[in-house]
Design a protein around this ligand. Structure first.
Ligand SMILES: Nc1ncnc2c1ncn2[C@@H]1O[C@H](COP(=O)(O)OP(=O)(O)OP(=O)(O)O)[C@@H](O)[C@H]1O
Ligand SMILES: [Mg+2]
Length: 232
């Protein structure tokens, strides 16, 4: 479950023209509720604060104000030690820029988070690699892969330790239309099977429509998109 109340994040005024003296609120009293095992998508213009929101919910960035509860962790109150434990065990993240470990091969990248979390299930990892079409590359260094292949490794890594919550930032941005739809369906179905909550940022209407709830981000807040407006 994810519960966000009155979330505020200001950025330094030098980053924007005409900013106010104390910076501007890139996240401005944002509210969000996703029940455990449910999914939500967020769309919005480039620079509106989508990645910032995922970083706040992952404990990688700190809010200026507000309540952030992720899988029963009130992370707005956490110090770095507790945030580190939370990130390792509770959540999986598909970063917009992947952040794979270049010195490791495909399988070791995927197993890395599961080893850290003490939750390594080789059968689960093998299934993920098979379903994502990267099993044949398991021994290859990730630097040898295409952007789309690296993206699938990043998705498998985020799911490898069966986290309670997954945050995915443009997880199909580098994939062609056919692969994008197969990979996003796998992401949603794996999360459903694990009863994992999924919050996904995407520019694709088709991917956004796979979520239980779809939101649009504007002026630092989320608005639920009605199904009729969501059709591409
Ligand atoms: N570390 C930072 N310090 C200050 N400002 C930042 C920082 N990171 C991002 N910003 C600013 O915050 C705003 C939101 O950035 P963010 O990366 O969250 O946008 P986004 O919605 O994810 O965009 P995109 O769709 O292009 O990925 C931008 O104006 C950006 O310049
Ligand atoms: Mg972004």
């Amino acid at each position: 479950m994810i519960e966000v109340r009155n979330l505020v994040k200001n950025i330094a005024s030098s980053h924007r023209q005409n900013a106010q003296k104390n910076g501007i609120a890139i996240i401005d009293n944002l509210e969000l509720l996703i029940e455990q095992g449910q999914s939500a998508s967020v769309q919005g213009a480039s620079g509106c604060g989508k990645t910032t929101l995922l970083h706040l919910l992952s404990g990688l960035d700190h809010p200026c104000a507000g309540t952030l509860i992720v899988a029963k962790h009130a992370i707005h109150n956490y110090d770095e030690t507790r945030l580190d434990y939370f990130r390792r065990h509770t959540i999986g993240i598909v970063f917009q820029q992947f952040h794979l470990l270049e010195s490791l091969n495909v399988e070791d990248n995927i197993a890395f988070t599961a080893r850290l979390a003490g939750n390594l299930d080789p059968h689960h990892i093998n299934n993920l690699m098979q379903q994502l079409g990267i099993a044949d590359m398991r021994n290859q260094r990730v630097t040898k892969l295409s952007g789309g292949e690296q993206q699938r490794v990043a998705i498998a890594r985020a799911l490898a330790h069966k986290p309670r919550v997954v945050f995915a930032d443009e997880p199909t941005g580098n994939l062609d239309e056919h692969t994008s739809s197969a990979v996003s369906e796998l992401l949603f179905s794996t999360c459903r099977a694990l009863n994992t909550t999924l919050l996904l940022v995407t520019h694709s209407n088709d991917v956004a429509a796979l979520a239980d709830d779809a939101y649009h981000m504007t002026s630092g807040q989320l608005t639920k998109i009605t199904p009729s407006l969501q059709k591409s």
